[in-house]
Design a protein around this ligand. Sequence first.
Ligand SMILES: C[S@@+](CC[C@H](N)C(=O)[O-])C[C@H]1O[C@@H](n2cnc3c(N)ncnc32)[C@H](O)[C@@H]1O
Length: 247
Amino acid sequence: MEPETAKKFFRQPKVVEHYAAAANRVGLWHSEEKIFTRLFNWDDSLLELGCGAGRIAVGLWEIGYRYITALDYSREMVTEARRINEMFEYGIFFHQGDATALKYDDETYEGAIFGFNGLMQIPGRENRRRAMREINRVLVPGSWFVFTTHDRDAHWRKSFWKEQKKLWKDGNQHPDLEMFGDLYYEPPEGGMMFIHTPTCNEIREDLKSAGFRIEADVLRHQLANEPPLVREFADECRFWVAQKPEK
Ligand SMILES: C[S@@+](CC[C@H](N)C(=O)[O-])C[C@H]1O[C@@H](n2cnc3c(N)ncnc32)[C@H](O)[C@@H]1O
């Protein structure tokens, strides 16, 4: 499957509406706020990848961060994010762009975020690695990169992946899928959504190959007890904290 096919999902009006509602009503998760405020200084210049309608960027602004650039591949998401930004008179810069080919100079940002499993919605391991390399390139040495993924090793997902293994062994997986862990599903907001569920080892290998040092990885429930609104919007995930090494 071409990456463009997966990205079309995020251009649909109902999907944009869903993420706009999240920007307005869900806001930052407790776990996100805890981790971001621990890692990032208030005057750091931050880059958010896969920002959707701005849930994380808007949340960061509202708790006091002032140098935020947020980017999404979907033009429709960026339009909605800008509308929210203007409505509240916030000063976030929203750009349309592709995380696998960033148009920013080397060593521009002092922190990067790819929240709510967005990095795993890029089809193809080499494309995900390319995004990681690009993020590494635009970060100032010593800066943090935070992102989340689902976790194929998680014990409560084991039976699902066992069934998937059988499906793949028999060649009955969706014909466009490339790698075990890839999945299409139909979320309530409609359409077909692509997501890759990695193992922890896979992410460790990818981060290292992109030049990152891994500081920590932790399941969301170990960080915070999220309120029902957050749990309805997003299920359990693993936070990854990586650092571009100092020179
Ligand atoms: C699960 S949504 C998360 C949106 C937002 N961060 C939130 O938490 O509400 C993932 C977002 O990543 C974006 N995305 C996927 N692949 C991308 C890429 N290669 N470059 C930039 N954005 C991408 C999608 O368009 C989508 O808006």
